[in-house]
Every structure is written in C-alpha cells, then in structure tokens.
Design a protein around this ligand. Structure first.
Ligand code: ATP
Ligand code: MG
Length: 550
C-alpha cells in the first residue's frame, strides 16, 4: 500500500485515487558511464519503491546516448547493483538506444512540422548567439531553411555524408525565451563512433533532453522522477511531447539530490579517482559507490533504511555520513555473529597455565540470539591481545592491562601482568602474566576487575589480512569547488594489518559479516577472501556520535 509520506507519494496517491492512472509506471534511467553511487541509491529506492508500494512497474532503462563514454562493464555493474539493493525491474532491461529508430522518426516529424532545423553554425557561433540569463539569444542565419532543405540535410547527417561538428539538428522554439533550454536546443548531433548496443548503425545520436522525454512517453511512464537540476528542462520536456502529440505524456517531478558530507557523489569525480589510481577501482571499499559499499560490508537493508530515513523533499541539504554509518551499524548489530580478532597482536604467556593444556571455551555467536548457536574458542598458555590494550605508562583512567594490573580476557579468565619482556631496542615483545584459574566465567569474590580485553590463542589462532578503512576524505565538503577535491583524500583511509583471528572465522565465506568484539564490524572481502584464507574489511567501527534525531 503506498502511503502519502512525501510530496511525490502524495501526488501518486492522488493520481490513483482520481483515476488519472490505474497503474504507476516509473523508471530508473542511469547513463552507463560509471558505477552507481549512494546518490543513485536514493533514486533507485524512490523509483522502485513507489512502484512496488503501489503494485506498479519500474523499468530499468539505460540512457545510452553518449557512446564514447559508455561501456558494457558499466551496464553490467549497474544491473548487479540494482539487484543487490533488492529491486527487480519489470520486463527486460531497456535502452534508450532501443528507440533510435522511433526517435529518428520523431525528429523527421518535427522537421516536417517546421519545428526543427539543421543549423550549420560553428560551435562557437552557436555559443555566442545563445545569449545569457539576462540577454536573449539571436536567431541562427540557418533558422529559416525550408522543410525540404532540412530533410535533405538531416538525411546527409544520418548517412554519414557530413562531418562531425559541421551541423546539428535543433528544435525551433524561441531564441528569446527566458529559459535557455528553450532557445532552440540541440536534438541530434553527428558522432562517427560505434555504439555498444547499435554498433555501426548510426552516426547521428539524439541528445539527452530529446531522448529522455520521448523514451518516457514510449514506455508509458506515468511519473518521471528526477533530480532538481532538471526542473529547468521540464518546459522542453513538455513542449516536445505536446508538439509531437505522443500517445502518453508522463509527468516529470523533481526532488532534491542526495549530498553526503565527507563524500563525493559525482560519477565524473569518482571516475577520476579510479583513472588516476587513487583508489583500487570502482568497487574499492573506500568508494561511495554501491559496489564499494557492498565490498566494505554495508548491507542492502542498511542502504534502504538510510534512503527511507532521509526521505524525499525539494530542499537541498547535506546528510551526515554518520547517519549512513548508523544505519549500517544498526543492521549489523542485530545480524552479525560475534568473534574475536586481534588486529595488532602482542604476545601474552600465562606462566602458571600448564604447557600443552588446551581448553575449549564455548561462547554465544550472538548475545541476544541464542538461535545463532555457539562457537568454540581454544584457550592455552600462549595468546595474543591487542597492543592498544596494554600500557606500560597508562594515561589517567586507563582500564586495560598495565604492569602489575589485572584484566579479564573476554569469555575466559582474569590475568595479571607480572613481567614486561623487551628486546634490545627496548620494544615490548611479550607479556608474562599469571592467570587466576578460579575465574573462568566467574568473578572473584575479593576484588573487582573492571577491564575486559579480547584475545586469540597463539597456537590455534589464524593469521589473516585485515583492511582497516576510514572515510576517504578528511574534509566535510571535499566537493565544494574552491579547492581540488583530491587535496582532501585521506591518506590513512586504508591501513592493512596482519591480524590473528579465532579459528571459527577461518572458514568465513566472501561477504560474510561479523562483529569483531570491541573492534567493529567486518566483512570477508568479496574478491580476495577464500574459506581457509579469509581477508576482512572493516565495515564500520562500533561507536559514533551520530544519533537519530541529532
Ligand atoms: P552524476 O552527477 O553522479 O554523474 P548523473 O545524474 O549524471 O549522476 P545518471 O546516471 O544520469 O547520473 O543518474 C540516474 C538517475 O539517478 C537520475 O535520475 C539522477 O537524477 C539520479 N541521481 C543521480 N545522482 C543522484 C543523487 N545524488 N541523488 C539522487 N538522485 C541522483
Ligand atoms: Mg545524468
């Protein structure tokens, strides 16, 4: 059931109630010129969401009018991202290029109506005669060409007889219009380049502003939802469909783009990061692409929850990336099994624990979900704790292990640090501790031990590569424009450590997610992790300051 929770859904509810439409048909129309990012997730959730809620349809249509920038790799990635987010398009994948014949016919129709002409001005002349926001444009000297001449020239454009850049087909509307998009916009240009879908068939390609409304109309889209920068294009959208009298006239409705702080949401800029090898590809877990977030360990549920929380409005704003991380953490908190991994190992020898003895400690996989079962954690004389959990000279209020101090090993015993062993360089190499053998699963009666640290058996633990990710940008608004956004790349956004992990993690399969106790949420890497030799990515830490309503 669709609820009028935002202005677009309210419009749809009313269109269904009034009988204007029996069924809602929306579309998600990416250009296959890059991978999808978090901003696209908002558009996907909206378009597929309203269709699903109203038992309507949503098409996946590639707006593929720029063959030189497009590729099959992007098409495949986009399809896989939409599916991963949990959405299904109606019917086959569609392409604007499926309609190139129909679009060509519509262009001929405009010419015959005297509503389009071939302009032979140079690009510079066209630019200078377009006018400005405050000044009207000037008519092209070619504007009054006859229908016959235009038909002949357009046919020469199509057949390849004319050179790229020698002319374009323009709609004939009003060079004095206050809306620059109505000053005889270009609708077809010559591009002597093969297309990934249509091959060598065409050497003229329709412009986006011509293609988009007509593709919507051909597909009987009811609500064409797009971002606010297209508001000024709506008059041409409507002019075109009205002038041609298309069998359907979709309603374009604009909403605000998603902007997220500490993040760049422009395919062009993300492509720059990839091309300049500043990240390891589009699906690098530092990237705000859907495939990057997926590899990092974000869940589709978390992304959908995020899109739901930000809502749909017409006002531009910037969303705190902390809110996205909150949604990820919240979903993983309830679904990810627990395990222990020591990221920066420091050896501990329990001097009073018998050599050769091995205990099998059982611990819940999830504290609130007994149905997830238990795991077995081996415990013996030698183990690792994290370097950060020991301080020789502790700062005030330090609750973890210190010389002479006690701490609880999570799920196991209380230990006391008796000796700090150092190498010739004065670096700590191991700790000699004693273990209170009466404290397995029990608190001692005579004293309180506050600190708890995680640990992994040195003999049974497994070494694994762990990739520690931070935000990719150090500045809240890397994209603000006065400084090159690449200046703000965080050089510490990726740190690779050799961790020691508890044996239950060894067989993790790609994309399996865990909470490493006291550390955060981690996901077995989609590309590089193999059962027996796992590689983990840090998805997000355990805590952050962002709270709902903050
Ligand atoms: P970019 O600016 O990153 O290149 P785009 O708008 O050119 O994005 P398209 O492939 O044309 O990318 O986008 C497909 C759909 O996703 C469009 O309807 C577009 O309006 C929407 N979209 C793109 N970016 C955002 C965003 N940040 N927030 C919401 N919707 C977005
Ligand atoms: Mg676009």
């Amino acid at each position: 059931m669709i609820e009028p929770n935002d202005f677009i859904r309210a419009q749809i509810v009313s269109d269904l109630a009034s009988g204007k439409h029996k069924k809602v048909i929306t579309r998600f129309p990416p250009e296959p010129n890059g991978y999808l990012h978090i901003g696209h997730a908002k558009s996907i959730c909206l378009n597929f969401g309203v269709a699903a809620e109203s038992e309507g349809e949503c098409h996946l249509r590639f707006d593929d009018t720029n063959p030189e920038k497009e590729s099959q790799e992007y098409i495949d990635a986009i399809k896989s991202d939409v599916e991963w987010l949990g959405f299904h398009w109606t019917g086959d994948v569609r392409y604007a290029s499926d309609y190139f014949d129909a679009l060509h016919d519509y262009a001929l129709q405009l010419i015959r109506m005297g509503k389009a002409y071939v302009d032979s001005q140079s690009a510079d002349e066209m630019r200078s005669s377009r006018g400005t926001l405050s000044e009207p444009g000037r008519n092209s000297p070619y504007r009054e060409r006859s229908v016959e001449e235009n038909l002949a020239l357009f046919e020469q454009m199509r057949s390849g007889a004319l050179e790229e850049g020698s002319c374009i087909l323009r709609a004939k509307i009003d060079m004095a219009s206050g809306n620059i998009n109505l000053r005889d916009p270009a609708i077809y240009r010559i591009r002597k380049i093969a297309h990934h879908q249509t091959g060598e068939k065409w050497c003229i390609y329709p412009m986006y502003d011509f293609t988009h409304p007509l593709s919507d109309a051909i597909e009987h889209i009811t609500h064409s939802l797009c971002t606010l920068e297209f508001e000024d294009h709506r008059p041409f959208y409507d002019w075109l469909l009205d002038t041609l009298g298309t069998p359907s006239h979709p309603q374009q409705i604009e909403f605000s783009r998603l902007n997220v702080n500490y993040t760049v949401t422009s395919k062009r800029k993300l492509k720059q990061l990839v091309d300049e090898k500043l990240v390891h590809g589009w699906d690098d877990p530092r990237m705000p692409t859907i495939s990057g977030m997926r590899r990092r360990g974000y869940t589709p549920e978390a992304l959908r929850d995020f899109c739901n929380r930000i809502g749909i409005t017409k006002s531009e704003g910037v969303v705190d990336v902390g809110m996205l991380e909150f949604c990820v953490r919240e979903h993983l908190e309830n679904t990810a099994p627990r395990a222990m991994a020591v990221l920066r190992p420091l050896k501990v020898v329990l001097t009073n624990y018998p050599e050769g003895k091995m205990e099998e400690i059982r611990a819940a996989r999830h504290p609130n979900m007994p149905e997830m079962g238990e795991r077995v954690i081996p415990f013996a004389r030698e183990l690792y704790i994290d370097r950060a959990d020991f301080e020789e000279v502790p700062p005030k209020g330090y609750k973890r292990l210190i010389p002479g101090g006690e701490v609880r090993l999570r799920n196991a015993y209380i230990i006391k640090c008796d000796d700090v062993v150092k190498n010739a360089a004065g670096e700590i190499t191991e700790l000699h501790c004693s273990c209170d053998l009466a404290t397995l699963g029990k608190s001692p009666e005579d004293r309180k031990v506050k600190g708890v640290v995680h640990w992994v058996s040195a003999t049974k633990g497994i070494t694994a590569e762990v990739r520690l990710y931070e935000r990719l940008f150090t500045d809240a608004a890397p994209d603000r424009g006065d400084v090159d956004f690449k200046t703000f790349i965080n050089p510490c956004a990726l740190e690779v450590v050799q961790a020691v992990i508890e044996p239950s993690l060894a067989e993790a399969v790609a994309e399996e997610r865990f909470q490493f106790e006291r550390e955060g949420y981690f996901c077995a890497d989609l590309r590089d992790s193999m059962p027996g030799k796992p590689v983990f990515n840090r998805t997000v830490g355990l805590r952050d300051s962002w709270k709902p309503g903050a």
